[in-house]
Design a protein. Structure first.
Length: 67
């Protein structure tokens, strides 16, 4: 996403808004293995709420995961 930096004098220069991504390891008890995912912090909240297995299943059905 792009936007503007606005100075005190109201000069505008282009800037980027980057996603808040973190690299996180998750344990899958069904497979008895660890996986590493790069997820947004909002995705971390979703994983904490519904669980990693349900979140992966939902992401695959929506086409977010290709593997």
């Amino acid at each position: 996403m792009v936007g503007n930096n606005v100075s005190h004098a109201l000069n505008r220069t282009k800037r980027k808004f980057n996603a808040n991504l973190v690299k996180k390891r998750f344990y899958l008890p069904e497979e008895d293995s660890w996986i590493t995912l790069k997820v947004s912090t909002s995705a971390l909240k979703t994983i904490n709420k519904i669980g990693i297995s349900a979140a992966i299943k939902d992401a695959k059905s929506k086409g977010f995961l290709t593997k």
